[in-house]
Design a protein around this ligand. Structure first.
Ligand SMILES: Cc1ncc(COP(=O)(O)O)c(C=O)c1O
Length: 375
């Protein structure tokens, strides 16, 4: 059997990783400024993370959601406290798409309606409703296109009012900072208007924090920069630092009932140990603060590079916008400078998503390398 060939691959074979450094099978070291699509939040193979997972595996790695699992409860309590989201309950799952799928389903259960409003250039995953809410025709099969989704541009408040006013909308989903799309974000005013119109029309507001959450923006959640309060928050990526885990934070106004949601693997013991290890390191090492501080330094450094048109994003969820397409630059960074970066749907944006415990010195190295490749 061969692999189903859906990924265009770089010719790099990582075999080990520590902190921000990834080492390949030839012993070449790479600086990881991408974290495998924003997944590595506390650095590769963080010792606390490794020990916690090993300890957990020595005890019990998995049992289903039919039994008591105190580690889930501990994870929920710690997440509520660190994120200041004590008014929410947690449903655990395995990925970002699954988190959004469950969030959209809950919006529909709660309201009895079925149309979703999503936004241009948004990305919410590849499952049924999540992919339908994703602004990319190419990854929507005819099956997905049966879903009722209206995609609107950010800032067109009139269009938003018209659509939500039709009375058939169950949920509005958006990323507070778009990841795959290229680091665009709504204005504070627009986001606040959306939030109040959702309240007025009893529509569920879903903040997709799968990529921009978990400290990456310099606050625990990116929506917290905008002074709004979503009904549902979805998380994944940085939550497990590489261990597959996702979650849905559901406001207490949305009631649970047995069987409403469910999963075999979600919330298993090993996944919860990974989730707790991440939260413990975020707290102990003040990584959210580090993310906010390094953003300021990143902007200073970027200002010294004339080819950079604009810095996009916040915290360590960053994009550098150029007036040329960045595909070649990314290749040069990886093959000549041994640095991983990311692209976006907006081909002019280089995406930078390092672990939240990188240093100024790491950023200095990145900018030196960038300068070398831009001359
Ligand atoms: C904002 C956002 N939502 C959802 C997803 C889907 O997550 P997953 O790939 O874990 O299903 C992604 C993945 O890139 C994402 O960036």
């Amino acid at each position: 059997m061969e692999l189903f060939d859906v990924y265009p691959l770089y010719n790099v074979t990582p075999v080990s990783a520590k902190g921000i450094i990834v080492t390949d099978d030839k012993g070449q070291e790479y600086l990881d400024f991408y974290g495998g699509h924003a997944v590595i939040s506390i650095g590769h193979s963080h010792p606390h993370y490794v020990n916690r997972l090993k300890d957990q595996l020595d005890k019990i790695g998995f049992y289903s959601n039919a039994v008591q699992n105190p580690i889930q409860v501990e994870l929920a309590h710690k997440l509520g406290a660190l994120s200041s989201c004590e008014d929410y309950n947690l449903f655990l799952c395995n990925s970002g798409a699954e988190a959004n799928e469950n969030a959209l389903k809950l919006a529909s259960f709660k309201t009895g309606k079925s149309r979703v409003i999503a936004f241009k250039n948004g990305f919410h995953g590849r499952t049924s409703a999540a992919v339908a809410a994703t602004d990319n025709e190419k990854i929507n099969a005819p099956l997905n296109k049966q879903q009722k989704v209206t995609i609107l541009p950010f800032e067109d408040l009139e269009a938003f009012k018209t659509e939500i006013g039709k009375g058939d909308v169950c949920g509005v989903i958006l990323e507070s900072i778009q990841g795959v799309g290229g680091l665009d974000q709504p204005s504070q005013e627009f986001y606040q208007n959306i939030a109040s119109l959702c309240k007025e029309h009893e529509v569920i507001l879903i903040a997709d924090e799968v990529q921009c959450g978990y400290g990456r923006s310099g606050k625990f959640f990116a929506f917290q920069h905008f002074g709004i309060q979503p009904d549902i928050i979805t998380i994944a990526k940085g939550m497990g630092n590489g261990f597959p885990i996702g979650g849905v934070l559901i406001h207490k106004s949305i009631e649970a009932s047995y069987g409403l949601l469910g999963t075999t693997f979600g919330g298993n013991h090993l996944a919860c140990a990974a989730g707790l290890a991440v939260l413990e390191v975020l707290e102990k090492e003040n990584l959210i603060e580090n993310s906010a501080q390094l953003f300021e330094y990143f902007k200073e450094k970027a200002a010294t590079i004339p080819q950079v048109k604009r810095v996009k994003g916040m915290g360590l969820m960053l994009g550098l916008e150029f007036d040329f397409e960045v595909a070649e630059l990314r290749k040069k960074l990886i093959h000549n400078q041994f640095i991983f970066t990311g692209g976006a749907s907006d081909k002019h944006v280089l995406r930078i998503l390092p672990a939240l415990n990188i240093t100024r010195e790491n950023l200095d190295l990145f900018f030196e390398a960038l300068k070398t490749e831009l001359v």
